[in-house]
Write a protein that binds this ligand. Sequence first.
Ligand code: 2HA
Ligand code: ZN
Length: 270
Amino acid sequence: MNVKFIDDFINMCISGSNLGWHERNGGNLSYRIKDSEIEEIKESLTDNNNWINLDINAKNLANEYFLVTGSGKYFMNINKNMEENIGIIKLDENGESYKVVWGFENNGTPTSELPSHLLNHSVKKEKTNGLHRVIYHAHTTNIIALTFVLPLEDKIFSRKLWEMATECPVVFPQGVGVLPWMIPGGKEIAKKSSELMEKYNAVIWAHHGLFSSGEGFEDTFGLAHTIEKAAEVLVKVLSISNKTLNTISKESLLSLENPFNIELNKNMLD
Ligand code: 2HA
Ligand code: ZN
């Protein structure tokens, strides 16, 4: 299908792959499709009654359509055969089951992280009055590295990342959430992630990667990129020396609030 939201979706997968965040079948992406966009492609959707239980409840996503990457599929190959590598699912009227209405050809299924994607969408739809539509999971190398050496606390990651680049507090003034190591792919990690998504637009999974949320493909990717870039700087700083001479002080961080019209999460500053 030749439509803009699918092109943008695929381009985002390729961008992440080019940055090395999607080794093998690592990472996944989902997009809550707009009614007007479903209207555009409705001729290409199939009608069926093959409902599959989700084992989660996302009531506020009832009847919504999502474009999702496929389980086991490689981001680097995504545009070679999109009908196999990605697909569109529709949720039922209770937000408890889904059916495939396009794509996932040759017995494909949605990403193993579908529960995390849907619970995060559910929280973000509620919290942003429907503005957020994209949830992205990437295996961002430097963020993963930091989860081996920093305490797994929201406050420490947020403050350290803010200090690594002046744009960080502007791009994620709420900070970032951090989850300890958990089994991927299930309901438990999905629940814990979505609880953190109540407060943050990005959640780090220790020894695994990053989730980000946003309104569109550009800002969601940009958030992950900004966080990973700051993490890269921090990895370099820690590698050069165990002592830093200079940093962005608490006062300097706070002085960004007025000119950039942001409100920093003060919990990260005490
Ligand atoms: O799709 O990234 O977390 C593979 C993964 C699972
Ligand atoms: Zn992963």
